[in-house]
Design a protein around this ligand. Sequence first.
Ligand code: NAP
Length: 248
Amino acid sequence: MSNLTGKTALVTGASRGIGRASALALAKAGAQVLVHYSSGATEAQAVVAQIRAEGGRAEAVSADLSKADGPHALAKRVIDIVGARLDILVANAGVASAASIEDTTVEDFDRLFAVNVRAPFFLVQQLLPVMREGSSIVLLSSLAARSAVGNLAAYASTKGAIDTLVTHFAAALGGRGIRVNAVAPGVVDTDMSSFARTDAGREMTLSMQALQRVAQPDDIGGTIAFLASDAARWITGDTLRVDGGSKL
Ligand code: NAP
């Protein structure tokens, strides 16, 4: 693992799941981590406590990213804490809902795009003034963006939008020395994919993977910390599949 000592990082949705694992991995590599949450204050404080207990630096920051001004409010709080320099942004917070085309409501569709696409877009916009040469942005895509798994058309299209943002952000920000990438997990054992904790869900998951176990959040967190690090200095504009060889 590369050394992130002296770097500052924001991980959104770090109270649980992949965000939590990413925050822990970044802190382990030496970064000061801002642990963002929305409803999970207790969980976020536990992540902060764990990082501090291991000798790291962390603070919790909250914002509801389903609100139009959520990213703006979060960016302000972040800048109040880190000052004029944020090195790593992991825009991980996300929501999912499985529904057929017929059953998808306008409200669900709008919420998915608000949290999964609008929030990362405006968070990047609002934090750009404090992101300098050498900074790294990591967004969260999904296996669902490239493969028709489950009843996920609306959710999957938010992740397709993330892949598109990666391309355009990376092209626009490369001149400033800022790298932009995404990771695309398959099924990961988190609250979002809790179906994988059932026998049927586990069987379905393993049936489409080359590697025969269900992914844990830290399988993804380590890759995110790698993409944030100098070891990945020549990688930008890419969506990295981190899915145990799903749907090969
Ligand atoms: P998770 O366990 O359900 O955690 C979701 C996180 O997002 C929580 O920390 C939650 O914060 C935050 N969040 C949700 N709604 C929010 C809102 N309105 N405002 C601010 N934060 C909000 O999910 P996960 O599985 O770790 O997923 C993390 C990312 O990976 C998502 O972008 C997801 O689409 C992507 N992904 C997941 C999988 C998978 O199988 N799990 C696969 C591919 C991609 P609070 O709890 O504090 O409210």
